[in-house]
Unconditional design. Structure first.
Length: 151
């Protein structure tokens, strides 16, 4: 009798462990699916490609058109999404991911997603102009110091 209680107890622990493990697996799969839904809803995958294309416009001259075409042809957005999913999963709880998804599916969230590419493009342009201005000022100061030093 004692032996069968021990066997039943061991069996119950094993079943409990398997159920808990399955629950954890199901929760992880649900979280992954929610992350992917957030990425689609906020169009992060598309925004990444748009940013890459904008960078290409700026970099093509310095790295060469042939290189840029080969580089761009190698881009598989889904590979990057697969790498990003665990990052989102580490930084957000399931509840937070559901809130993000609700935001991106709301009217203001959809508007933000719609405007995001323009915001990014215009911000990059503003940043480039700002950088050019600072570079010109720094270059002018260097030239003036060189003149003073007689170089």
């Amino acid at each position: 009798m004692v032996k069968s209680v021990g066997v039943i107890g061991t069996f119950a622990v094993c079943v409990g462990f398997l159920i808990a493990r399955q629950d954890a697996f199901d929760a992880a799969k649900k979280k992954e699916a929610t992350v992917r839904a957030v990425i689609v809803a906020c169009k992060a995958d598309k925004l990444g490609e748009q940013m890459l294309d904008q960078m290409g416009t700026l970099l093509k001259d310095s790295v060469g058109s042939a290189f840029w075409k080969k580089f761009r042809d190698k881009v598989r957005t889904q590979e990057l999404v697969d790498m990003i999913v665990p990052i989102y999963a580490r930084h957000f709880t399931q509840e937070e991911l559901e809130q993000l998804l609700a935001l991106y599916q709301s009217p203001i969230g959809k508007r933000m997603v719609e405007e995001q590419p323009l915001l990014v493009r215009e911000s990059m342009e503003a940043g480039a102009e700002w950088g050019r201005k600072l570079a010109e000022e720094a270059m002018k100061e260097c030239e003036e110091e060189e003149k003073k030093d007689g170089k």
